[in-house]
Write a new protein. Structure first.
Length: 105
């Protein structure tokens, strides 16, 4: 799982992003691992096998399948929607007040 390695690298380098780093993986990352890699700002991802190779030996691609609604798994029943009314206004205010503190780019 890349998250543990990314976390250790951030601690060792004493920084929250890894924009000068590369990551090597034996297989194409799942969506969750790719998200962690992307958010860490790693400049290069190098992987060996395609995801289909991992699936062929028993690893399932349930996350991607659930989102796409393909293969053995059905589309996730997760409802995704933006808050409205007061909740949306509060969320916008929180982001506006903290955007400089947590600037990512």
């Amino acid at each position: 799982m890349p998250y543990q390695g990314l976390n250790q690298a951030c601690k060792k380098l004493n920084q929250i992003e890894l924009s000068d780093c590369e990551i090597y993986a034996s297989c194409e990352p799942c969506p969750m691992c790719f998200g962690a890699i992307h958010l860490s700002r790693i400049k290069r991802l190098v992987y060996g096998a395609k995801a289909e190779a991992a699936i062929a030996i028993g690893f399932d691609d349930f996350i991607a399948d659930a989102l796409r609604g393909t293969s053995f798994y059905q589309k996730s029943q997760l409802e995704i929607k933006r808050a409205d009314g007061t909740q949306a206004i509060i969320a916008e205010q929180v982001f506006e007040k903290t955007k400089e503190k947590f600037q990512m780019y």
